[in-house]
Design a protein around this ligand. Structure first.
Ligand code: ADP
Ligand code: MG
Length: 246
């Protein structure tokens, strides 16, 4: 387990946007406000996550309020959990369980620029999913065939993928994104550029649910990427985490 995460006290956080929700200093505060399950709380503590990092304490409430978000926070500050935790809370229960009537089809998509990054995100997903029958799928050449069966596909909760791999599944007609409620772009500076733009636009267009929430996360957001992000996001809140004395 990597303990290199930087303590919250060293973060300087600025926010911009309308009606920014109050940050949550602790996971217990988040639980009290947004009904985090005891199972999620246990998974956080089991994995050594005692206190939220800066981006987690600011970003998670924004996502849990259903707002779009552009988050800029340095490498190693826990961006992954800042969007995965709200995603698991919002999905409430695995689609295959009797506890949700969320409809069929994947409800959350996490995009990352490389297969290696997608794999790291997938591993963080598994930490939060422990103990419940969540179906989290890391899209790859191998899994693309496994999930060509519609009955199997309809029971997926979360897909982690690169844009290219996801677009390949869309173009083969084997995947519908019409029930997606959460679309996350991680390491967005490496995806929101002119090279990836056609794929990003195809994915965004395929997420036809009117309530789809979008969020971008990055360590830096160059002007061009920021413009693409702001065109895509709806009344977003922007959070910038800096490191003090650096
Ligand atoms: P980033 O995406 O910002 O570079 P990561 O999400 O990869 O950061 O997290 C960096 C490391 O910090 C990972 O090993 C992760 O497990 C750990 N981590 C994340 N959140 C916490 C937390 N609240 N407390 C302790 N460690 C954490
Ligand atoms: Mg990251």
């Amino acid at each position: 387990h990597n303990n290199s995460v930087i303590p919250r006290q060293r973060h300087r956080v600025t926010t911009k946007g309308s009606n920014v929700p109050e940050c949550a200093e602790t996971f217990e505060a988040l639980r009290d406000r947004y009904q985090l399950s005891s199972h999620l709380m246990l998974n956080l503590s089991k994995n050594g996550y005692s206190y939220p990092t800066g981006i987690q304490s600011y970003g998670a409430p924004i996502l849990l309020q259903g707002r779009d978000l552009a988050a800029i926070s340095p490498t190693g500050t826990g961006k992954t959990i800042s969007y995965l935790l709200p995603t698991f809370v919002s999905l409430r229960a695995p689609v295959a369980s009797a506890e949700t009537d969320a409809g069929l089809g994947v409800r959350a998509i996490i995009l990352a620029p490389t297969r290696e990054l997608a794999h790291q995100i997938y591993n963080e997903c598994l930490k939060l999913a422990q103990g419940r029958k969540w179906r989290v799928v890391l899209f790859s050449k191998a899994t693309a065939n496994t999930f060509s069966d519609k009955a199997v596909r309809d029971k997926i909760d979360i897909i982690v993928s690169t844009p290219l791999r996801l677009v390949a599944s869309l173009q083969s007609g084997s995947l519908s994104l019409s029930n997606v409620r959460h679309l996350i772009f991680d390491e967005a500076d490496r995806m929101l550029d002119n090279e990836f733009l056609p794929q990003i636009e195809e994915i965004v267009a395929a997420c036809t649910h009117p309530d789809v929430q979008k969020a971008v996360f990055s360590a830096t957001l160059p002007a061009n990427a920021e413009k693409i992000a702001l065109d895509m996001l709806r009344d977003p809140i922007r959070v910038v985490v800096g490191l003090k004395d650096t």
